[in-house]
Design a protein around this ligand. Structure first.
Ligand SMILES: CCCCC/C=C\C/C=C\C/C=C\C/C=C\CCCC(=O)SCCNC(=O)CCNC(=O)[C@H](O)C(C)(C)COP(=O)(O)OP(=O)(O)OC[C@H]1O[C@@H](n2cnc3c(N)ncnc32)[C@H](O)[C@@H]1OP(=O)(O)O
Length: 164
């Protein structure tokens, strides 16, 4: 057997089920098929993602970090975590009704994230002032926080966006 996978859960389907009271959120139906970089390959070895809304309508995600997200040996690349924060927090603004792109993203890496792990992402739209929508969030599993993100989203004209 390939040593890399001998002790991993990679060959098993990661459990991306939501928590109690989370309702599945169909991101592709909502924003079109362009959102592929992080969540577009549900059978792949990079990320696998399921989206949900919690009981307070905040966007949540379950994310599996596969072997192709590797940075430090056995752990996720910081850019992989940043990409997840970018997509999930940006999508949270869309789910809250804002047509945005991300203008500024700040990510603090708090703990190394082991490969093959399923983690949760929580989001909260914390303010909306003019065109500036601030979304906060974090990647976590149980009591461990892997990354914290602050995402400044800027509204754009929906007519300038080609959703497909
Ligand atoms: C894929 C993204 C979506 C693309 C649309 C496609 C389909 C839509 C459908 C679905 C999408 C759904 C979900 C997407 C969710 C997540 C995707 C991941 C998120 C991304 O991956 S998304 C790509 C990366 N993203 C960019 O590629 C942005 C490049 N950039 C620009 O397109 C412009 O730069 C823009 C539009 C941001 C602003 O340009 P602009 O000319 O319209 O407006 P302006 O510059 O006047 O700024 C107005 C006020 O925002 C302040 N402001 C602006 N930028 C700031 C910054 N960085 N920091 C602090 N403040 C900032 C100004 O200071 C001013 O503030 P004030 O009014 O107070 O003076």
């Amino acid at each position: 057997m390939d040593k890399t996978h001998a002790n991993s859960t990679c060959s098993n389907r990661p459990d991306l089920r939501g928590e109690i009271n989370w309702i599945p959120f169909d991101a592709a139906a909502f924003v079109g098929s362009s959102l592929r970089f992080v969540s577009g390959d549900p059978e792949g070895n990079r990320f696998r993602v399921s989206y949900y809304l919690d009981s307070t309508q905040h966007l949540k995600a379950k994310v599996w970090f596969g072997p192709e997200t590797e940075g430090p040996p056995g752990h996720a690349h910081g850019g992989a975590m940043a990409a997840v924060v970018d997509e999930v927090l940006g999508l949270a603004a869309w789910a809250a009704g804002y047509s945005i792109v991300v203008g500024n993203l700040s990510v603090s890496f708090r703990n190394m994230l082991p490969l093959h792990k399923v983690v949760s992402v929580e989001t909260k739209v914390v303010s909306a002032e003019g065109r500036k929508i601030m979304v906060h969030g974090r990647i976590y599993c149980e009591k461990t926080t892997y990354a914290v993100g602050e995402c400044l989203c800027i509204t754009i004209q929906p007519k300038n966006i080609n959703i497909r």
